[in-house]
Design a protein around this ligand. Structure first.
Ligand code: XMP
Length: 177
């Protein structure tokens, strides 16, 4: 599997330090805003590893909701349509919405809107990677990265590579056109 990776963009240690820092920042913000309990909405499947590490740095009460959102359908280009399997119960709750990567921003903005329409008291957005393509910026961002298709630490190509501990660029020869 490792030989399919052209280059490592962000290595494991750097990811873990940044995730811990982001979580501490988020918790400080909650304290400043008088928020004691947060509903963490995790977008599957890509944000699973990031979110699992992130929440373990939070010393506060949380609830977890998993939502399946997909716009890539296994390939390397967004389909332009975001499909959600369900809207979690977020009525009057302060929500932290976590995704793996911001590309066009369609997924984050669509899901955020749905959660507000479902009655969330607030929705804070958090993403591990931002390709800097969208005008939209999340409230918390791990890393800005070049506009390349990346895999690892939860991100996949055709369902593979999620278990790599780092974020890397896939060898073009591994991408079927
Ligand atoms: P949008 O365009 O909605 O895209 O901001 C965000 C969603 O698209 C997927 N995505 C990727 N998945 N490598 C991946 O494995 C990538 O480089 C990549 N870029 C976007 C991802 O599911 C994210 O939720």
């Amino acid at each position: 599997m490792k030989r399919d990776i052209q280059k490592i963009l962000i290595d494991e240690d750097v990811i873990h330090k940044r995730v811990a820092h982001l979580a501490r920042q988020f918790q400080r913000d909650c304290i400043d805003n008088g928020i004691e309990t947060v509903t963490v909405v995790i977008l599957l499947k890509g944000a699973l590893l990031f979110a699992a590490d992130f929440v373990r740095h939070l010393d506060m009460k949380i609830q977890v909701e998993l939502v399946n959102a997909s716009s890539y359908n296994g390939g390397t280009k967004s389909s332009g349509v975001v499909a959600l399997d369900r809207t979690p119960d977020v009525l009057n709750k302060d929500v932290l919405l976590i995704d793996d990567i911001l590309d066009t921003g369609l997924t984050m903005t669509t899901v955020r809107k749905q959660l507000l329409e479902a009655g969330a008291a607030s929705v804070t957005t958090c993403v591990l990677l931002d390709k800097r393509v969208s005008d939209y910026s999340c409230d918390f961002t791990g890393f800005d990265i070049p506009n390349e298709f990346v895999v690892g630490y939860g991100l996949d190509y055709q369902g593979h590579y999620r278990n790599l501990p780092y974020v890397g660029v896939l060898n073009p020869s591994c991408i079927s056109i």
